[in-house]
Design a protein around this ligand. Sequence first.
Ligand code: AMP
Ligand code: GLY
Length: 415
Amino acid sequence: MKVLVIGSGGREHAIAYALHKSPKVSELHAIPGNPGVAQIGTCHPGSVEDLESILKFVEDNKIDFTVVGPEVPLCMGLSDLLEAHGHTVFGPTKEAATLEGSKAFSKDFMIRHGIPTAKYVEVHQYDEAVNALDGFDYPVVIKASGLAAGKGVVICEDKSTAVETLKEMMLEGSLGDAGNVIVLEEFLTGFECSLLCFVDGDTIVPMVSAKDHKQIYDGNKGPNTGGMGTVSPNPFLPQMDEIIKKDILDPFMAGLKKDNMDYRGVVFIGLMIENMQAKVLEFNVRFGDPETQSILLRLESDLFEIMKAVSEKKLHTVDVKWKQEHAACLVLASNGYPGSYEKGKVISGLNDAEDVIIFHAGTKEVNGNIVTNGGRVLNICALGADLEETRAKVYRAAEKIDFEGKVYRTDIGLM
Ligand code: AMP
Ligand code: GLY
């Protein structure tokens, strides 16, 4: 089978790595991929948002199966376009992807189908938003409804910060059209858990749990990032599979059916858990980054077989098996991220790291050197018998790899 992966980050490298191991995958391609993916497949330049060019590539190269990594092409309708032309694809339709593309739509879906979530109101005008603040305690959570690349959620400690945030998003357009509609939300306490599931519309199969570390600094300090590291399993999650199934997964699946939504791909459910109760913070319609890097290392089964079964609505026929080992993923980032940072710093030591798998997230090859090309640069990942051993492996490797401005958290998996 000729398989195409869409995307360029660490998540896509991890997906490509798992697909590459499948005996069924004879050729692996990526648009645009990255220097890490290029070690196991062929990368082709192009934009993940240029749907027509992707379709042309699939047709010209007789691609059998396309896996869409990021949310933007899914929300633009890449799966619909490829399927309309008779191609097989892993990733939900444009309508289903609205569960991530519009937080207002997603909250409405949760409420209508009885999925526990924070209380909220949806607002369209600045004055209306300021008035609606009176219905909330502080801190209050302000969310741009549209896609905002991880920058759309602000937790405001007091009214003046909330008003200022609303002004920036709604009047000054700090997030462009993403901030035209706003969701104001009750602040939830507890701990977070990333739950990724394979779903084909009839069957949902949860993957092993993971813990993401969103803030840039140790001790969960500083601004939110796309994620600075993950461990799997989530060491804080108690045994509550049955509760999550009954309270979250069952009503989610019933909701898809009632709304006649064609959902075939991965759903990433961001959960807040307190006192053995789970509430949904958000739905994402794709694998998480950097959750995927830890989770897929633990996958025992053939990822290609699972994905193919999902796209054919036959997920119930495959046995999704996991390794008992623990996994960790440590992000090496560029100094300044999630704000502005410099690029083009030469990376050394990539071949000196032992006992780890390194996924490329923001790198580029220039004159035979691998250089930094993004905020999140590399993902150092490992499997180990327990959390301690796994952490030791990734942190030992993190010291061997170097580039100017290298930053990373030292407490992945500890909090
Ligand atoms: P989201 O994109 O909706 O997952 O929000 C990004 C992050 O903001 C989450 O991972 C949480 O850390 C935080 N967050 C979002 N909504 C809430 C909430 N209602 N209460 C507390 N924290 C929240
Ligand atoms: N790590 C969070 C996300 O992928 O959205």
